[in-house]
Design a protein around this ligand. Structure first.
Ligand code: ZN
Length: 208
């Protein structure tokens, strides 16, 4: 059976959460909220990992509930653990959010892999929006897919004016993606619509 990607738009600031489903198993990327509802939607699928591209509240707020419902391990880059575990302290004024992230079960760093069914995702460290930001590059049956979190958006990129943001670092990270990611790769972003690497290289002012 072909792999499937489900997209959930969560939190009042419309964060994209994705479930990547392969061979009866799945990983959930960036459950920023609605963890119990996402678990219910996934039903009997085996959730093998909850992976956050970075530690902001709108990407980690649903981890606790989703982990509670599924028993899945929570994975994040070490440099964003503090941010994730205290994410509610940096919620934007007037915005509702769910929970701080629990302590991670596994720390991710450059080159680590996450297997799900017949798909594999490899960690690319892309600091700048936050110190521990990562992208996830698919291979196996997930070949041609890149989850970019808040590093790269269609036509834009993540902001660097929040705590831990670093302008030089995000430009280096974007330069690296431009150099290393094949142009036909689908770019699945943390906010807004999807794109391809080639389209972003042609039209995104931050990749010129
Ligand atoms: Zn963010």
């Amino acid at each position: 059976m072909a792999d499937e990607i489900r997209q959930y738009i969560v939190t009042p600031i419309e964060t994209n959460c994705y479930a990547y489903i392969s061979d009866g198993s799945c990983i959930v990327v960036d459950p920023g909220g609605s963890g119990a509802q996402i678990a219910a939607d996934l039903g009997s699928l085996d959730v093998v990992a909850i992976v956050c591209t970075h530690g902001h509240f709108d990407h980690v707020g649903g981890v606790a509930a989703l982990k509670e419902a599924t028993g899945a391990d929570f994975l994040i880059n070490a440099a964003d653990v503090e941010l994730a575990c205290h994410s509610k302290a940096s919620v934007f004024p007037g915005v509702e959010c769910d929970d701080d992230a629990p302590q991670p079960d596994r720390l991710l760093s450059e080159g680590d892999t996450i297997e799900v069914g017949t798909a594999v995702f490899t960690v690319i460290e892309t600091p700048g929006h936050t110190p521990g930001g990562i992208c996830l590059l698919g291979s196996g049956t997930a070949e041609g897919i890149l989850f970019t979190g808040d590093t790269l958006f269609a036509g834009s990129r993540g902001r660097t004016d929040l705590a831990g943001g670093d302008e030089d670092a995000i430009m280096d990270s974007l330069e690296r993606l431009k150099r290393e990611i094949p142009s036909e790769t689908a770019v699945l972003c943390g906010h807004g619509h999807s794109s391809t690497m080639g389209r972003e290289i042609r039209s995104n002012p931050f990749l010129r």
